[in-house]
Ligand binder design. Structure first.
Ligand code: FES
Ligand code: CO
Length: 324
């Protein structure tokens, strides 16, 4: 499964203090925890002794301790202690499977199968002129690809986000460009007239978007409103980072990178929350839940060129989880 070689977000870094915390990724139960140096680890959430859930245990002196018989595992996954037999030195095969972990964009990322694959890029994260705020998690009863496709779709603004990102008086979409990139697809020159395009909008604005798919279940947008319609110098980038839990359910985070150091985190999160909770019921209603990759399975218009490109990219990449 190619998805196993990709990096996926599984939790906010701040939600895993020491752990252990149980999460699910690609139908696999994992336990996250931090060692004595604060480095995050991800193991299979099943003790190799008698199969108990390690996420019910605790972190003890920098090792993960099973809740059942107290076996302890070091960050490599190696068992280092069997309390019932203190003199026993566990051999190398006494270990629990561990996975690759990285932290970026306020999230813990896991790779289930080792491969030379980079984390999805989010350039705005490194831009000191932009303030970063995380939103989520949102638990959504929809497949990750349906959620990505919704994020790339501008022709729903006048309906789902009426009065906010769109209006029924301006539903026509001007042509935009779509291109393939090294890691996905990109749409540029996307335009929308938005009544209330961000927290600081003072009047309706023509907004310029770019969208980029950076992996099977990650995407980003940049959004620049025309001058004089919002706070001076306002611009924003939003990363959409999804943990594919099952083929029909997902955990979603947004990472905001905005030219705004005055608003509170809560104000920035509230705007994003309003928009996403408008999307969520529609997303959860879509059937089939997996995203159909056969072009004949659903109908299309020329406004859907980005979503069609995303579907072609998933198919060409050999993605199987959350698609049909
Ligand atoms: Fe984990 Fe026995 S089941 S120590
Ligand atoms: Co929407």
């Amino acid at each position: 499964m190619m998805e196993k070689t990709q990096w996926h977000p599984v939790a906010l870094s701040s939600d895993v203090q020491q752990g252990p915390v149980g999460v699910r990724l690609l139908d696999e139960d994992l336990v996250l925890w931090r060692d004595a140096e604060g480095v995050a680890n991800a193991f299979v959430d099943r003790c190799p002794h008698r199969g108990a859930r390690l996420s019910l245990g605790r972190v003890n002196e920098g090792n993960l301790e099973c809740p059942y018989h107290g076996w302890q595992f070091a960050d490599s996954g190696q068992c280092v202690k069997v309390p019932a037999v203190p003199s026993f030195t566990p051999p190398p095969q006494h270990c629990v499977k561990s996975f690759g972990v990285q932290e970026a964009c306020g999230l813990i990322w896991v790779q289930l199968q080792a491969a030379d694959v980079p984390l999805p890029a989010f350039e705005a994260e490194g831009d000191a002129r932009l303030r970063k705020v995380s939103c989520g998690p949102y638990d959504v009863a929809a497949s990750a690809p349906r959620i990505i496709e919704n994020f790339l779709d501008m022709s729903h603004f006048g309906f789902v986000h009426e009065g906010w990102l769109g209006s029924r008086d301006a539903t026509e979409m001007s042509p935009y460009n779509v291109e393939n990139t090294a890691f996905g697809v990109k749409a540029t020159n996307c335009k929308a007239v938005q009544p209330l395009s961000n927290l600081h909008s003072t009047k309706p604005a023509q907004v310029h978007y770019t969208y980029e798919v950076t992996g099977p279940y990650t995407a980003l947008l940049t959004k620049i409103p025309e001058e004089g319609t919002t706070k001076d110098g306002w611009r924003e980038a939003i990363g959409l980072f999804i943990c594919p839990i099952t083929p029909e359910s997902s955990r979603v985070w947004f990472r905001l990178a905005v030219a705004d150091f005055e608003s509170s985190d809560e104000q920035l999160q509230a705007f994003q929350h309003t928009i996403f909770t408008q999307d969520q019921p529609v997303l959860e209603s879509q059937l089939p839940k997996p995203l159909p990759l056969d072009p004949r399975a659903e109908l299309h218009s020329s406004a859907d060129r980005m979503s069609a490109a995303y579907r072609r990219y998933l198919k060409a990449s050999g993605v199987t989880f959350g698609v049909c």
